[in-house]
Design a protein. Structure first.
Lengths: 332, 248
């Protein structure tokens, strides 16, 4: 019987989730530092994908400029740390405020003037690019030559100042990803989650049911931007250097949206699964093609694999896997 | 009448480019009353609905619901004022289940997901959709989608329900069942209903009062009896040569 995916997680899904969390907690004890660094990349992709999934997967508003919020979060916390010695956790709060405001304003401007669909997507790219160029000339944060964080002694992990080993970042990002999963799970079961999905499916019908469509779309964008900025702050303290041309790059925006699309747009676990599949695929292609001297072989194989996944499972890998595992209802 | 009507539409007019879609239409729906808006295709029925529900603001005229002026109010505000509506071209939330669709409507009255779910289930039961609660809306048949439209609008607990051709595509026995459902809803909950319908079987069985539109203007109104005998109505529906034939 299809009973809908309703409030309580079905028992089997809860068991699968517990298994996943346990495996992720144990993993760093069994693998080398290279694998840990790959897993950090996986978790960044999973977290950014989850944040983007809120505005595009849940609320149906296509943003192609999420690098903007990564950059705002990264630069705000890094600049406050290097210039004023503010701990990153405080800088993160400032970054959240800046990104939520930016996302809210962009969404409000667009939706107030009824800019939607692909035109909204274009506008999000434009704002991200505009900000990239702005930061290229922003001397206060190093302009085009970059902003660097002091790489102090890495002898001991300092969680308060976010100075430490990849393993420390791995656990922090794991907590962040699981926190985002819990938040999304909760949101989808509340009025706001139902309203977002109604707006995604049909705006006119949603409005006729009393939904203030404008308000809920702006809220989705602001929340998504705020969450993205937190990931950006971690990225800054993990990589220790920031260049406008990489942080705000259009390529990053595209990277952010690939994992949730491959994993399953609008689903809860899709962004996480997509991040695992894509990053693993990318790494595998790199090591496989390392023996060859053919330029771009990795990108070719990577592209072909993506094409195959999209062609075979257009709704994403998670809905397919979920059905195989017998977790929750079969939808779509 | 000493009691003021629940919905009062006065001198409503709307022009699209060169077309006067609605031209000074006035009528009223009493509390608990069922009024049908009929007329040939292009008479202005759906435009009148859209003007009441706030899809666009009228050029002239006013809409008063339960003493409050709701003229030109945005659709979501009109809904909060007590207007529940269905769309002639159904607009289900396709990827959501039937139950989730109705819950979206029921969230207007409460933020408690459990209570909302219960309220939605009761409405589904009432409209004979309970067996489809877990079905994804995209896989429903057209008659089921029409019922879902109604269920969703009903879930917002409106003072008046605007039904835009919800009987189209239903079998005669299903039409009779829907007519009974609406009559019961109106009687038990004091719900007022304004409907447009081409299925005369439903119009005649359900309405207390009928308003006939033609080319955006009201040409007559009255009880089903009166309207079905009015020569102007027969003329606009069938042409002047066919005045001897009854409507049915």
């Amino acid at each position: 019987m299809r009973s809908g995916r309703f409030p309580i997680l079905p028992r089997r899904a809860a068991a699968a989730l517990a298994l996943f969390v346990a495996a992720m907690l144990a993993l760093p004890f069994f693998v080398n530092s290279y694998i840990v660094s790959v897993l950090v990349v996986v978790l960044f992709a999973a977290y950014f994908g989850q944040a983007w999934n809120i505005v595009t997967g849940f609320a149906g508003q296509l943003s192609l400029g999420h690098a903007l919020y990564v950059g705002l979060g990264a630069y705000t916390s890094a600049a406050l740390f290097t210039r004023y010695g503010l701990p990153p956790w405080i800088g993160m709060l400032a970054g959240i405020a800046v990104a939520a405001l930016a996302g809210g304003i962009i969404a409000a401007l667009s939706f107030r003037f009824r800019v939607g669909g692909v035109y909204f997507a274009l506008l999000t790219i434009a704002f991200a690019e505009f900000t990239r160029i702005l930061f290229d000339h922003f001397d206060g944060v190093g302009a085009a030559s970059g902003l660097f964080l002091p790489v102090s002694s890495l002898a001991r992990d300092d969680v308060l100042l976010l100075r430490g080993s990849p393993v420390m970042f791995y656990y922090l990002l794991l907590a962040l990803t699981l926190g985002a999963l819990a938040l999304c799970h909760d949101l989808l079961r509340r009025r706001i989650g139902y309203y977002w999905q109604a707006i995604r499916e049909d705006e006119e019908a949603a409005q006729a049911l009393g939904i203030d469509v404008f308000r809920y779309k702006v809220a989705a964008m602001a929340l998504s931007a705020a969450m993205t900025s937190v990931g950006g702050a971690f990225l800054a303290f993990y990589e220790n250097n920031l260049y406008p041309d990489t942080v705000f790059a259009v390529g990053r925006s595209i990277e952010i949206i690939t994992a949730p699309i491959i994993g399953g747009l609008g689903t809860l676990f899709g962004p996480i699964l997509g991040a695992f599949v894509l990053t693993t695929l990318g790494e595998a292609m790199t090591s496989l093609s390392s023996g060859f001297t053919l330029n771009g072989l990795k990108q070719w194989c990577y592209g072909a694999a993506l094409l195959l996944i999209v062609a075979l499972q257009p709704a994403g890998l998670w809905p397919w896997l979920r059905a195989r595992l017998g977790i929750g209802a079969v939808r779509r | 009448m000493s009691v003021p009507p629940l919905l009062e539409v006065r001198g409503l007019a709307k022009r699209f480019r060169g077309l006067q879609a609605v031209d000074g239409v006035s009528f009223a729906v009493p509390k608990g009353g069922i009024v049908a808006l009929i007329g040939p295709n292009g008479a202005g029925k759906t435009t009148t609905f859209n003007l009441i529900a706030g899809v666009f603001a009228p050029d002239r005229g006013s809409v008063v619901l339960d003493g409050a002026d709701i003229t030109g109010l945005r659709p979501d505000r009109a809904c909060h004022a007590g207007i529940g509506r269905t769309f002639q071209m159904v607009k289900p939330f396709g990827a959501l289940t039937v139950l989730e669709n109705v819950m979206v409507g029921a969230f207007k009255a409460s933020a408690d997901s459990g209570a909302v779910r219960q309220a939605a289930l009761e409405i589904l039961d009432r409209l004979g959709l309970a067996g489809k609660a877990g079905t994804v809306a995209n896989s429903l048949t057209l008659p089921e989608r029409k019922k879902l439209e109604t269920a969703r609008a009903l879930a917002t607990r409106p003072k008046i329900l605007l039904l835009d051709e919800v009987m189209a595509g239903l079998r005669p026995t299903e039409i009779d069942a829907m007519v009974r459902t609406f009559a019961d809803l109106s009687r038990e909950m004091g719900l007022a209903i304004l409907l447009t319908e081409h299925v005369m079987r439903a119009v005649m069985a359900l309405s207390h009062h009928i308003v006939v539109l033609h080319h955006g203007q009201k040409i007559c109104e009255g009880t089903p009896e009166q309207v079905s005998r009015d020569p102007r109505v027969l003329e606009c529906y069938l042409g002047s040569a066919a005045t001897a034939v009854g409507m049915g």
